[in-house]
Ligand binder design. Structure first.
Ligand code: SAH
Length: 364
């Protein structure tokens, strides 16, 4: 049994079962034993792989997207570039490299803010982004009050969710308790607000709600509404609020039992983009999408970028680039499951990569 499991048993013994969102928070971000606190690698020898680790084209295109959005926002001088949950810093490094060619003053004269809780990842990010004016914040609420262009890839899926289950006429909450001296899922009275307007559920069906996700999105939206700018949120998930248990743990690129060896596996849950859009529903903002990652990257010109890179690539590098392109865009890989949602201030107009009809709702 690892140290975190010993501590969890003590907490459960003293206070009773832990709702899943609290379990997820401790397993992921506990400063000593949390998964991210100790994380060193993503892709390769790590437990999971992400789009920027698959191909440099992902970050490059997002760098050009940020430059374009900065222009559309009227080139604000005090604008900050933000990435939430930057992992190894690969996405921002690729983005800044592309930006230096397309909009050098944006890359070099603006502060870069990374929202990160993990000390081990901050060390890696610092090395990766040497030469840029990089700052860190522990949460999106702690960012300086300035116009911003924010990007986040697989950040929301790491923020904790609660799970409610339909039992008879009511709902109960899934929590981590002890059964036969092992950690086990138990059902308890709901431990917090139950949101209104949940979809109909049959007996035993699970619905996931993410108060921490909604709070993060509200903070991002409030800052954009008051200061200007835009945010691009990329994650895997669904367009509507639907029942389903999507909580999963990954270790060594394979599924891992959720309650086994807490802190040693990554834990995520699909993102409910309808809930994200509702949380972003503040005055003066528009929400576009979500659209599939395939469509978004094609619109940003990933095919042209691939062709350009292939011109100077040897055969092996070329095969890697083509394979990366396929994984990012193929509907059976990341092209459909991964979705891209944009929150922007209405003065920007339709954000780069979207069309008018994709507005989730435009509010005056
Ligand atoms: N965007 C990166 C990494 C995704 S992993 C990529 O695409 O490769 C999730 C990232 O979010 C990690 O950097 C992790 O440390 C960070 N993170 C997780 N929970 C967080 C929280 N509550 N607050 C801030 N950052 C968090």
């Amino acid at each position: 049994m690892n140290l975190l499991e010993e501590r969890l048993r003590m907490v459960i013994g003293a206070d009773g079962p832990l709702p899943l969102d609290r379990y997820m928070t401790l397993a992921l971000t506990d400063p000593e034993s949390g998964y991210y606190a100790r994380l060193q690698d993503i892709g390769g020898s790590g437990d999971f792989v992400t789009a920027p680790e698959i191909s440099q084209m992902f970050g490059e295109l997002l760098g050009l997207w940020m430059a374009d959005m900065w222009r559309r926002a009227g080139l604000p001088e005090d604008l900050i570039l933000v990435e939430a949950g930057p992992g190894r810093g690969t996405l921002m490094a690729d983005a800044l490299r592309a930006m230096r060619r397309a909009a050098p003053s944006l890359a070099d004269d603006h502060e870069i803010w990374l929202v990160e809780t993990s000390e081990s990842l901050k060390t890696i990010q610092k090395e990766r982004l040497e030469g840029f004016d990089v700052h860190w914040a522990a949460s999106v609420e702690d960012l300086p009050e300035r116009p911003m262009i924010l990007i986040a890839n697989e950040f929301l899926d790491a923020l904790p969710v609660r799970q409610l289950v339909r039992r008879g006429d009511g709902l109960v909450e899934r929590a981590v308790g002890l059964h036969d001296d092992s950690l086990a899922i138990v059902e308890i009275e709901p431990q917090g607000d139950v949101p209104a307007g949940l979809p109909p559920m049959t007996e035993g069906e699970v619905i996931e709600i993410g108060p921490a996700r909604a709070a993060a999105v509200r903070a991002i939206a409030a800052q954009i509404a008051s200061q200007g700018g835009a945010a691009l949120l990329i994650d895997y998930g669904h367009e509507m609020t639907v029942p389903g248990d999507t909580l999963q743990a990954m270790k060594g690129h394979a599924f891992h039992p959720l309650l086994e060896a807490p802190g040693e596996a990554d834990i995520t849950a699909h993102v409910d983009f309808a809930a994200v859009a509702r949380a972003a529903d503040a005055g003066g903002l528009s929400v576009h999408g979500p659209i599939g990652q395939r469509q978004f990257l094609l619109r940003l010109g990933i095919e042209a970028r691939l062709a350009q890179l292939l011109k100077n690539a040897d055969r092996e590098t070329g095969a890697g680039l083509t394979a990366g392109f396929r994984r990012l865009t193929d509907p059976t890989h990341m092209g459909h499951l991964f979705k891209v949602l944009c929150i922007s201030r209405t003065d920007i107009g339709v954000p780069t990569g979207y069309v008018t009809e994709e507005a989730f709702g435009t509010r005056a």
